[in-house]
Design a protein around this ligand. Structure first.
Ligand SMILES: [Ca+2]
Ligand SMILES: [Ca+2]
Length: 70
């Protein structure tokens, strides 16, 4: 999508991945969204998951995240 640099996307990923597991679960995304008006990088959470979770396992890995945003 090219909205962010890879460094910016990595920093945002680290912010959302609170337990540092290397993947974002829906609960982490929800917690982040609740503190940020229900959106990640200006994208609604549901749309974000649909777009970024390319393998459909309902978790977003760092590579899924960065390839979606950067
Ligand atoms: Ca995590
Ligand atoms: Ca995934």
């Amino acid at each position: 999508m090219g909205k962010m640099t890879e460094a910016e996307a990595g920093a945002l990923f680290a912010e959302i991945d609170r337990d540092g597991s290397g993947e974002i679960r829906l609960s982490e995304l929800r917690d982040y969204g609740m503190a940020n008006g229900g959106a990640v990088g200006g994208i609604k959470l549901a749309d974000f998951v649909r777009g970024a979770d390319t393998d459909g396992d309902r978790r977003i890995t760092r590579s899924e995240f960065t390839s979606h945003f950067a």
